[in-house]
Ligand binder design. Structure first.
Ligand SMILES: [Ca+2]
Ligand SMILES: [Ca+2]
Length: 255
C-alpha cells in the first residue's frame, strides 16, 4: 500500500515581523587558542601586582561606513567560579587606547562551560560609521571569583565591520597593555538605523549644528570640494533652497 507523505512547508515562516539584528563583526567561530581568567588571576609576570591586581580585558571593534544601533555583544566566556562581580562597558576609542565609558551592558550568567553568552546594552547605543569601540570586561576586587574569556587562535573575523586590537590590565585598569595577535572572541550584533533626513552630523537629532552644516555647503554642487551629500536632502546633486526648506521642515526632530 502506498503512502503519500505530504510535507507542507510554511512559505512565510522565515519572514520576521520585526527588524532583526545583523552581525557587524564576529570571530566566535574561530578556533580557541586559550582562555584568560578575568577577575581572579593576578598577573604572575608582574609580582608586585600579585595580590592587588585583578585582570581586566578589552576587545576593540570598528564599524564600516554605516551607522547602527547596537543590539548586543556575544562573548565567548564562562567557567565562572566563586562570586565574580563583573562589569561590562562599551568604551570609546582614544587614539588607539581605551577611552571614556559610553554605556554599561548587562552581564549574563557566567557559570557553566565556556561558550557564547549575550551582553546587552543597558540603554540604546548608536554606533557611528567608521568608528572604533571597545568592549571592556572587568571584575570588582575583592570579589572572590572570576571567569574565563576565550581568545582566538587566528586574526580572522567575518562581517562588514572589523576587529582591531585587544587590551588587558593586571591592575584593575590602572595600566593597559595593548596587542593585536589573538583577539578576544566576540560577535557584535547590530540593527541598521533608518535614514534620518536633515541630520547631517549623525547624532539622530536635527538641530542648529545640522543647519550650520547645510549653510556651510549652501550653493555647492556635487563636484565642489565642500559639497555635503548629507545636506542634499532632495538628492538633486546641489545644495539649495529646496534642501534648506527640507531641513527646516524637520528642524527639531529626533530619529
Ligand atoms: Ca544632527
Ligand atoms: Ca538638493
Amino acid at each position: 500500500m502506498l503512502r503519500f507523505i505530504v510535507i507542507v512547508l510554511p512559505a512565510f515562516a522565515c519572514v520576521a515581523p520585526f527588524a532583526h539584528a545583523d552581525v557587524l563583526v564576529s570571530n566566535i567561530d574561530e578556533p580557541i587558542r586559550a582562555s584568560t581568567a578575568i577577575g581572579g588571576a593576578p598577573n604572575l609576570l608582574v609580582p608586585t601586582h600579585d595580590n592587588d591586581g585583578w585582570y581586566w580585558a578589552g576587545q576593540s571593534f570598528v564599524t564600516d561606513g554605516s551607522s547602527y544601533a547596537l543590539d548586543s555583544i556575544d562573548v565567548v566566556c564562562g567557567d565562572g567560579n566563586g562570586v565574580p562581580v563583573t562589569y561590562a562597558e562599551l568604551r570609546a576609542d582614544d587614539a588607539g587606547a581605551i577611552g571614556a565609558t559610553l554605556m554599561t551592558l548587562s552581564v549574563p550568567n557566567l557559570f557553566g562551560p565556556i561558550g557564547p553568552r549575550t551582553f546587552v546594552p543597558d540603554a540604546p547605543v548608536a554606533l557611528d560609521p567608521n568608528t572604533t569601540y571597545w568592549l571592556v570586561i572587568s571584575a570588582d576586587a575583592p570579589a572572590n571569583g572570576g571567569f574565563y574569556w576565550s581568545y582566538a587562535d587566528t586574526g580572522f573575523f567575518s562581517g562588514a565591520g572589523a576587529l582591531a586590537g585587544f587590551a588587558f590590565s593586571s591592575d584593575s585598569g590602572a595600566l593597559w597593555a595593548y596587542g593585536a595577535d589573538f583577539p578576544w572572541m566576540i560577535r557584535v550584533n547590530v540593527a541598521s538605523q533608518p535614514p534620518c533626513p536633515g541630520d547631517l552630523n549623525g547624532d539622530r537629532i536635527v538641530d542648529l549644528a545640522d543647519l550650520a552644516g547645510l549653510l556651510a555647503a549652501f550653493g555647492t554642487i556635487s563636484t565642489d570640494p565642500n559639497f555635503n551629500p548629507a545636506a542634499d536632502l532632495d538628492l538633486s546633486s546641489s545644495i539649495d533652497l529646496a534642501d534648506l526648506a527640507g531641513l527646516l521642515a524637520v528642524f527639531g526632530a529626533s530619529c
